[in-house]
Design a binder for this molecule. Structure first.
Ligand code: ADE
Ligand code: ZN
Length: 325
């Protein structure tokens, strides 16, 4: 295969997108019809997801997730998203998956992962895009639930589930209470990442590094509030899965020019660009690349380096990594 970073459309890679958070409203509406579910309150008059703040975002997200009830629903979701991503020039993606959300819709872990894997294989066959899955525990469901996910994932290894992570409401639960889950996942060889520095400050990022032993952080942008921590991130080569559009939509920053991604990058932090929950935040990976290039004056070479950083930090085998470079 021709080296994807060589020429042609700007190659992109995404390390941080929640698969349920990537559900196009049209697909959700179709599933509501299929299962005869009333989705009043889910969408606004423009047809987009209707939420006002982080808590109501999480509630709408949970409600939409409950409409994915069969493996084929999830296959359609991963295939649809990855095809769209490939059309934007993406060569690699890691889909964050949530076994607890699937269980909430009545689906076993095996059926959930099986459906998603089928969609991933179909998208790869159609477009060439490579993808892996990162299973997450939901922080506000509690430490026991997160540990249960770690045991589920390590007890039934799947070749495309290569990472373990922590998402949900960062305002709840200290990282120390999730240390056991992360130890289980790490000892099984899974790549580790955790949301931190989104709705809590630098101390949350430092605690994720110290207690969860992660080398990647979901968001991490509020590290900017502590210069010593920024230095530590740069010195230790921690990779930040930055999601600027998500941070703007959720009100962390008032405009992209005030977002710290450029300062973090200039301070030597390893950063990647990601969409998090694209239709919820009215963004796409392509838009994230384009708007950062415009606002921060990043060149094509800068963007290619960001993609390269994502490929270097990807939770995939070295053979796949080499083929993507
Ligand atoms: N789950 C889905 N999107 C999330 C976000 N931005 N932060 C934490 N948990 C999430
Ligand atoms: Zn996220």
């Amino acid at each position: 295969m021709e080296a994807p970073l060589g020429r042609g459309p700007l190659p992109k890679a995404e390390l941080h997108v929640h698969v349920e958070g990537a559900a196009p409203p049209d697909l959700v509406r179709r599933l509501a019809e299929k299962y005869s579910v009333d989705i009043g309150g889910l969408f606004n008059e423009d047809g987009g997801y209707d939420w006002q703040d982080f808590s109501s975002f999480l509630a709408v997200y949970d409600k939409a997730s409950r409409l994915f009830r069969a493996p084929e629903d999830y296959a359609l979701l991963s295939e649809t998203y990855l095809r769209q991503l490939a059309a934007e020039g993406a060569i690699y993606a890691e889909l964050t998956i949530s076994p607890d959300h699937a269980a909430g819709a009545g689906l076993s872990y095996a059926a959930y992962v099986g459906g998603l894997a089928e969609g991933i294989e179909r998208a790869r066959a159609e477009t060439g895009i490579e993808a892996r899955m990162i299973a997450i525990g939901v922080r506000h469901f509690g430490a026991q639930a997160v540990e249960r996910v770690a045991l589920q994932v390590t007890g039934a290894p799947h070749p495309l589930v290569t990472g373990f992570g922590l998402a949900g409401d960062e305002r709840e639960g200290h990282p120390a209470s999730f240390a056991r889950a992360f130890r289980i996942a790490g000892e099984a060889g899974l790549g580790l990442t955790a949301h931190a520095g989104e709705f809590a400050g630098p101390e949350s990022v430092a605690a994720a590094l110290d207690f969860l032993k992660v080398r990647r952080i979901g968001h991490g942008v509020r590290a900017i509030e502590d210069p010593a921590l920024v230095e530590r991130l740069a010195a230790e080569g921690i990779v930040l899965e930055v999601c600027p559009g998500s941070n703007l939509a959720l009100g962390l920053y008032g405009a992209l020019r005030f977002h710290p991604v450029n300062l973090l990058r200039r301070a030597g932090c390893r950063i990647t660009l990601n969409s998090d929950d694209p239709p919820f935040f009215r963004t796409t990976l392509g838009q994230e690349y384009a708007s950062c290039a415009e606002v921060f004056g990043w060149s094509r070479e800068d963007l290619i380096a960001i993609t390269g950083c994502a490929i270097d930090a990807a939770f995939c085998d070295d053979e796949t990594r080499a083929a993507l470079r």
